[in-house]
Design a protein around this ligand. Structure first.
Ligand SMILES: [Zn+2]
Length: 792
C-alpha cells in the first residue's frame, strides 16, 4: 500500500513575553492599563518584525530572478505588520477603540468559557488578525477598507474565532461611537453556503451574542437596544412566519417532540440546557417570538430574560438583528420582499458595516456566479449610505483568490497570514517537522479483484479488529484503543452510504469472522480454550452486528446529525459511543470533533479541495490522523491517483483547483442582473420600495439614474473586460421596465403580483402560473450549471 505522511501545520507558535497578550483576561482591562498592554502588544509585533527581517536577509542572498519574487513576498508581510501596528496605535490613541477592544475580549472570553475552555487564549494569528483589521473595519477612509481581508488557514486552525472577535469588536464600537438610533439595527452580515451552516456553527455565534447581550445589560453605554442574532435561512430550516412557528409549537405539544429541531435552536446556547418544555421555552406573542431558557442557574434562565436569538423571518424584519446569519440562498429574497429593507439600516440605523463570508472557496461555479451579481447589488445598496462595507472572508483551500475576490467583491484580497519565503512557514503558521510530531498518514488501498460494492468490507473488518490486536496488551491500552476506535467513512454520494450500510450488515461481518478464525488458528487454541483469551473476548464484543453505526447525511435532520456529532465525542467505553459513522460530503465542512482520527475515503473525491477538506476532519488533536483512500478499480480518477499517490500527497495543496466564478457572462446576467437592479432601486430609494412602487420607475429621474450608475460601476469594477456588455444589458432592462410603466394605463404594474391576475408583475418565479417580465430566483438552491445555446 502506498503511504505518505503529510506534516501538520500549527498555529501555536511560541511567544516570549513577561506579559502574555495571548491570554484574553489580560486584554480586558486595556482601558485602564493602556500603556502596559499596548507596550506588550508592540512587543508581540516586534517578534513578527524580527522574523520578517531575517526573511529579508535571506532574500538579499537570492539571485536576481528569485530576489524579485522574494521582495514581493517581503512587501506583503511588511504591509501586514504595519497594519497590525496601526491597530495597536489606534488602541493607544483612541479611547473608544480601546474600550470596544477590551469589551470584545471580555465577551470572547466568556463565550469561550461557556464553550468549555479553561483558560481562554488567542492563537497568535487570531490576535494579529483582529489588530490588523481594526482600522479598516471602523474607518471608511482607511487604505484597506476596500480590500477584502482573507483569513487563509488550514482547517481546525481557529478561523471562526478570529472573525467572530472582529464582529464583536465592530458591534461594540458602533454602540459606543454613535447615537442610539444610528448604532442600532444590523451591524454585520455573516454568510454561509447551504450545506455548511450547521447548528454547531450557529450555536457558536449565538454564544458570542449571548455574551455581548449579558455585557450590555451591565454596561449602560452599550444602549437600550438588545444585541441579538438572527438566523435567516430557507423555510425548510426555520419558520418564516409566526403562524408557522405556532403550528410547530402545536405539533410539539401534540407529542411530536422531534419538531423542535425546526426551530434550529434546540437547547440554550448559553448553558446548553435542552429546550424540552415548549410552553416554557418558546413564547409567541402578537409580533414576537422568543426563546427562553428554563435553567435557573443560567444567566438567562435566572432572570427569565429572552435569549437574544431569533429564527422567525417575520420577527427579523420587524426587529433587525445585530448579527444576521444567512445562507447565500436567502439573499435572493432581497428582490422580492420590501421587509428585507430593515437589514440595510432603516429609521436612522447605520447600514451593516461588516460582511463576513465563511469558506470562500465554496462560492464557486454556477452558484458563485449568481451570488456575484447579488453581492454587487448588496454592496451598491450599502455604498449609497456608507463608503461600503468591510469584507472579511475565510478559507482553508483556495487557489487564485485574486480572481475570485475581484469577480465577487470587486476588491483585492489581502491574505492573512501572508506567506513567507518558504511555504512551510509564515511565522503565524508553521509546518511541524515529522520528527517533532507525527503528521496525518495517508494510505492508498486498491482491491483490484473487488467491485466498489465489495471492496470496503475487508478493509473495514481489518480496521475494526486492528486496535484490539495491536494495543490490548499495552500498558496504555485504554488510551490507545480509544485513539483509532471510531471510524469515519466518507462517501461522494448518498448511494455510497447505502452500499456501505449493506456492506457492514453482511460482508464486513464475514470478513471480521474470518479474521477471528485466523487469530484463533495463530494462537493454536481450540474452541473452548479461545474463550479464555482476553483479546478474543474483546473481538466478540466488537462483532459487526453489535456495532453502533450512524449516518451523517443530508437525509437526516439537522437535529439528528447534531446528535451524531455529539455522540462522536464519546469515548469507546460509553455505551452510546459510535463505532462507525457513514457520511456524505456534508462532514467536510461542518464536522469538528477533535477525537476523530480514523477515516476511510471511498473513491477519490472529484476535487482536491474536497479531498483536503474532508480528510482534514481527522487527526485534529494529539492523536495523529490516519486516512485510507479506498480507490475504485472502475473509476479512472481513482486509478490515476493510486498510481501517483506519493507525488500527489507530497504537494496536494498545489493541486487545489482554482475556483471559477463568472458573474457577468450572458448566462449569469440573464438569470440575475435584473434582480440586482431591482434590489438596488428598492433598497436605496424610498419611493421605489413598496410593491406598487415598481410603477414609479422613471429612467430620467436623477436619483434613479445615480443608483443605476453606481450599480453599473460596481459590476464593471468586478469584470472590467465586460463593462460594455454589462452597461448595455442594464440599459436593456431599464428600457423594458420603462416601456412597461409607460404603457401601464390602469396603474397595475408591481414588482410581484403573485397570482393576482389584475396586476402586471415585473418578477415571477419559474413555474408560476401568472407570468411577468423577468423570471427571478427565490433561492439559489436550484442554481445549476445550465448552458445556453444560441442558434445562428
Ligand atoms: Zn441557559
Amino acid at each position: 500500500m502506498p503511504t505518505y505522511e503529510v506534516p501538520i501545520v500549527t498555529a501555536d507558535i511560541a511567544i516570549n513575553a513577561d506579559f502574555d497578550v495571548l491570554l484574553l483576561k489580560n486584554l480586558i482591562n486595556i482601558q485602564d492599563n493602556r500603556l502596559q498592554i499596548c507596550g506588550a502588544l508592540d512587543e508581540f509585533i516586534d517578534g513578527y518584525q524580527q522574523w520578517i527581517n531575517t526573511q529579508r536577509a535571506d532574500v538579499d542572498k537570492f539571485d536576481d530572478t528569485r530576489r524579485q519574487v522574494g521582495t514581493g513576498i517581503i512587501e506583503r508581510m511588511d504591509v501586514a505588520k504595519s497594519r497590525i501596528r496601526q491597530g495597536v496605535h489606534l488602541l493607544k490613541n483612541d479611547s473608544v477603540v480601546a474600550e470596544a477592544f477590551g469589551l470584545a475580549n471580555q465577551a470572547m472570553r466568556e463565550q469561550m468559557i461557556q464553550s468549555g475552555y479553561d483558560v481562554p487564549k488567542w492563537r497568535p494569528f487570531q490576535l494579529a488578525f483582529v489588530l490588523l483589521s481594526l482600522a479598516s473595519c471602523i474607518d471608511e477612509t482607511d487604505d484597506y477598507r476596500q480590500e477584502l481581508d482573507l483569513i487563509w488557514f488550514p482547517t481546525g486552525g481557529g478561523k471562526t474565532e478570529a472573525y467572530l472577535a472582529v464582529a464583536a469588536f465592530v458591534i461594540l464600537w458602533r454602540r459606543l461611537s454613535f447615537s442610539a438610533v444610528a448604532a442600532g439595527g444590523t451591524v454585520s452580515m455573516m454568510r454561509y453556503t447551504l450545506r455548511l451552516l450547521t447548528t454547531q456553527q450557529f450555536m457558536r455565534a449565538c454564544r458570542l451574542i449571548c455574551a455581548l447581550e449579558l455585557l450590555r445589560l451591565d454596561y449602560p453605554r452599550l444602549g437600550e437596544e438588545r444585541i441579538s442574532i438572527g438566523l435567516w435561512v430557507g423555510s425548510n430550516s426555520s419558520p418564516n412566519t409566526l403562524r408557522q412557528a405556532q403550528d410547530i409549537v402545536n405539533k410539539i405539544q401534540g407529542g411530536k417532540r422531534e419538531e423542535m429541531s425546526q426551530f434550529v435552536l434546540t437547547s440554550c446556547p448559553w448553558c446548553q440546557t435542552p429546550f424540552d418544555n415548549v410552553a416554557k421555552n418558546i413564547k409567541i406573542g402578537f409580533k414576537s417570538f422568543d426563546f427562553h431558557c428554563s435553567n435557573l442557574q443560567c444567566a438567562f434562565g435566572a432572570q427569565n430574560i429572552a435569549l437574544p436569538c431569533q429564527v422567525v423571518d417575520e420577527v427579523l424584519y420587524v426587529k433587525p438583528p445585530t448579527l444576521l446569519i444567512g445562507t447565500l440562498d436567502k439573499f435572493a429574497m432581497l428582490a422580492w420582499k420590501p421587509e428585507t429593507q430593515s437589514f440595510f439600516g432603516r429609521h436612522g440605523n447605520r447600514p451593516p458595516e461588516l460582511i463576513i463570508q465563511d469558506e470562500l472557496h465554496l462560492i464557486s461555479s454556477a452558484l458563485g456566479s449568481i451570488a456575484g451579481i447579488y453581492e454587487a447589488a448588496i454592496s451598491t445598496v450599502i455604498e449609497q449610505k456608507l463608503v461600503g462595507p468591510k469584507y472579511i472572508a475565510s478559507t482553508a483551500t483556495i487557489k487564485e483568490a485574486n480572481t475570485q475576490v475581484k469577480k465577487l467583491f470587486a476588491q483585492q484580497p489581502a491574505i492573512f497570514p501572508p506567506v513567507g519565503i518558504s511555504s512551510e512557514d509564515s511565522y503565524f503558521a508553521k509546518t511541524v517537522a515529522l520528527d517533532e510530531q507525527p503528521g496525518r498518514l495517508y494510505l492508498g488501498y486498491l482491491a483490484p479483484m473487488l467491485s466498489r460494492q465489495r471492496n470496503l468490507a475487508p478493509l473495514a473488518a481489518a480496521l475494526l479488529i486492528a486496535p484490539l490486536l495491536l494495543f490490548s496488551k499495552d500498558a496504555d491500552a485504554e488510551v490507545l484503543l480509544d485513539a483509532w476506535w471510531s471510524m469515519l467513512v466518507y462517501h461522494g454520494s448518498l448511494k455510497g452510504v447505502g452500499n456501505s450500510h449493506n456492506s457492514f450488515n453482511i460482508l464486513v461481518k464475514e470478513h471480521y469472522e474470518r479474521l477471528m478464525q485466523e487469530y484463533q488458528q495463530q494462537k493454536g487454541l481450540d474452541n473452548k480454550q479461545i474463550e479464555q483469551d482476553d483479546v478474543w473476548q474483546l473481538m466478540k464484543k466488537r462483532l459487526p452486528s453489535r456495532l453502533n453505526i450512524a449516518q451523517l447525511t443530508s437525509n437526516s435532520t439537522a437535529q439528528q446529525n447534531e446528535t451524531i456529532f455529539s455522540r462522536l465525542k464519546f469515548e469507546r467505553t460509553n455505551p452510546d459511543s459510535i463505532d462507525v459513522a457513514l457520511a456524505t460530503n456534508m462532514v467536510s465542512v461542518g464536522l469538528d470533533v477533535s477525537r476523530m482520527s480514523l477515516m476511510v475515503v471511498n473513491g477519490q473525491p472529484i476535487t482536491t479541495a474536497e479531498y483536503i477538506q474532508a480528510s482534514s476532519r481527522v487527526g485534529r488533536s494529539h492523536v495523529p490522523g490516519i486516512v485510507i483512500t479506498n480507490y475504485y478499480r472502475d473509476q479512472s480518477r481513482s486509478l490515476s491517483h493510486y498510481e501517483n499517490f506519493r507525488a500527489y500527497h507530497q504537494s496536494f495543496y498545489r493541486y487545489v483547483e482554482p475556483t471559477s466564478v463568472t458573474p457577468y457572462t450572458y448566462q449569469a446576467r440573464k438569470r440575475a442582473l435584473h434582480a440586482g437592479l431591482v434590489i438596488v432601486l428598492r433598497h436605496s430609494i424610498p419611493f421605489m420600495l413598496a410593491d406598487n412602487d415598481a410603477r414609479n420607475f422613471d429612467k430620467n429621474d436623477v436619483q434613479i439614474q445615480a443608483v443605476i450608475q453606481a450599480f453599473i460601476n460596481r459590476c464593471s469594477n468586478a469584470d472590467p473586460e465586460r463593462c460594455q456588455e454589462i452597461e448595455a444589458h442594464v440599459k436593456q432592462i431599464i428600457n423594458e421596465w420603462h416601456q412597461i410603466v409607460a404603457t401601464d394605463i390602469d396603474n397595475s404594474v408591481c414588482y410581484s403580483a403573485l397570482d393576482d391576475r389584475s396586476k402586471q408583475s415585473l418578477l415571477y418565479r419559474h413555474g408560476q402560473s401568472e407570468r411577468g417580465q423577468w423570471a427571478t430566483l427565490q433561492s439559489m438552491r436550484n442554481v445549476e450549471n445550465t448552458g445556453l445555446m444560441k442558434l445562428l
